[in-house]
Design a protein around this ligand. Structure first.
Ligand code: FES
Length: 87
């Protein structure tokens, strides 16, 4: 049986056991998670295309593990890269 796509913005999915009114399995859809290492800046944890948090990768933050902008004063230099964790 075809499971209808959830409405835009909803993460909750329900599968049916042949009777549309009786859900068999219910669960949360996995979000898309990606780590973007910004050029000369922090690691951005992206969840469904939005920045969830910024993690320090220069070692100069006084609020580790979060980036507090200290990388600018420290003259941190690094290339931009990305890693997809969950697609
Ligand atoms: S990357 Fe921003 S403070 Fe370290």
């Amino acid at each position: 049986m075809m499971v209808p796509a959830p409405p835009t913005g909803h993460r909750f999915r329900v599968a049916f056991c042949g009777r549309p009114h009786l859900p068999l399995v219910a669960g949360w859809a996995m979000p898309k998670v990606e780590i973007l290492s910004s050029e000369n800046g922090p690691n951005l944890v992206m969840v469904d295309g939005k920045v969830a948090t910024a993690l320090c990768r220069c070692g100069h933050s006084s609020h580790k593990p979060m980036c507090d902008g200290s990388h600018r004063m420290a003259g941190f230099r690094a290339e931009k890269t990305s890693v997809k964790i969950v697609e």
